[in-house]
Design a protein around this ligand. Structure first.
Ligand code: MG
Length: 396
């Protein structure tokens, strides 16, 4: 079997809000086709026009090879070998950043393709099932314009998530910092107020996580606020500090008791090693597309396991990423939760419409499809609709 072509679909939601702290408003979906008529599908969480350029741009020397040129003609079954070739052959432009993010989409598609060709689910090819089901946490981020609406909406969604059967909820409390939602600037006490409201709404038995999206300007400020959050029994606080402030992360690990989670923006196992060994995080959050795909995410899972750390994959895209995370988690013993944006509780039409992840929440748990590959169904009408919105919005 040989790879014959790659399609890159750039997708965009109508009326996207450029001030919203949500990348669920766009997407890039890649499809890798073969001469045997089997195709694989993947996606990644990065500016879709940039990812498309990373995949389609021609190369001009052997340290900057074009990804499409490289892949066409290769045997898609050699997924790990192809990952190495993509990583090495794009080194001058890649190694980190957008090129690795783009490689992630291709790698997910190759895993899907290989599973389909062999007639087995992806988790079998990632080492086999070590968990019979996975606990998703409902990831909640209202898109509203005022503090009062934000707080009410978040508390309401948290309550609804518990009513839908979720055992774990993550609240995005992004009222300060560089990515404060739609320009909100609220004192820290207000974040604490929202947190208290959410904890009350979900009750003491629901696992609760908080994502502040890099809101704290420094470790001293983070420590002052986090110490007031210790009473809320949080499973983790996500990305309290800028990702390059590894010394600050180390201080949070040493000087307060809430487990710190991070990793969503990092590419490759090498950046995650710094986060674990220098930053001292307890929960490692590779985004499967951004880190470089399932191949690289699996390596990060193993490095975390070697250190006694937990993996909770970051996820803010469609059912394609949900399925990829579920397959990874099924084959990963140190993965207690996956992130999950419930279709019922998201402002993202793309998330709701594009792909059926093939999973149903039963007793707070999900299992990936046992069908071949990722086991997802793409809604072709939705794909075409959101692709048309992207074309109307921007022509490179
Ligand atoms: Mg986050």
């Amino acid at each position: 079997m040989r790879i014959t072509s790659i399609d890159c679909h750039v997708l965009l939601q109508p009326a996207f809000d450029i001030t919203a702290a949500s990348s669920a408003q766009d997407d890039i979906v890649v499809e890798i086709h073969t001469d045997e008529g089997i195709s694989g599908i993947g996606e990644t969480d990065v500016n879709p026009w940039i990812a498309k350029a990373c995949i389609e741009a021609p190369g001009s020397h052997n340290m900057g090879v074009g990804l499409t040129e490289l892949l066409v003609g290769l045997d898609p079954m050699d997924v790990e070998g192809i990952w190495e070739r993509m990583y090495v052959s794009t080194a001058m432009n890649g190694r980190r950043g957008a090129v690795i993010n783009a490689i992630g989409a291709l790698d997910i598609a190759l895993h899907d393709l290989r599973g389909k060709a062999l007639g087995v689910p992806c988790y079998e090819l990632l080492g086999g099932a070590v968990q019979s089901s996975i606990t998703p946490y409902a990831s909640l981020q209202p898109e509203t314009n005022s503090y009062a609406e934000y707080r009410e909406s978040l508390i309401d969604w948290a309550q609804r998530a518990v009513n839908l059967g979720f055992h774990a909820v993550k609240a995005e409390i992004t009222l300060e910092g560089p990515f404060a939602h739609t320009g909100m600037r609220e004192p820290w006490e207000r974040s604490t107020e929202v947190l208290a409201g959410v904890r009350k709404a979900v009750g003491p038995d629901t696992s609760l996580m908080i994502d502040v999206q890099y809101a704290f300007p420094d470790a001293d400020t983070a420590l002052r606020v986090l110490k007031t959050w210790e009473e809320f029994n949080l499973f983790f606080v996500e990305t309290p500090l800028w990702p390059d402030d590894l010394e600050g992360y180390r201080r949070l690990a040493d000087e307060q008791s809430i487990p710190i989670a991070a990793g969503e923006w990092l590419t490759t196992r090498f950046e995650h090693l710094d986060l674990m060994d220098r930053g001292g995080v307890r929960i490692v959050q590779p985004d499967i597309g951004r880190v470089g795909g399932l191949t690289e995410a699996k390596r990060v899972c193993q490095l975390a396991a070697d250190r006694g750390l937990s993996i909770v994959p970051h996820l803010w895209k469609t059912g394609i990423s949900v399925a990829a995370a579920a397959h990874l988690a099924t084959a990963t013993p140190n993965c207690p939760f996956i992130e999950y944006m419930p279709a019922e509780l998201t402002a993202s039409g793309l998330r709701r419409d594009l792909a059926d992840d093939g999973m149903t929440l039963v007793d707070g748990k999900v299992s990936p499809s046992s069908g071949p590959g990722l086991g997802i169904d793409i809604n072709r009408d939705a794909l075409e609709y959101y692709a048309a919105v992207a074309r109307e919005s921007y022509q490179p």
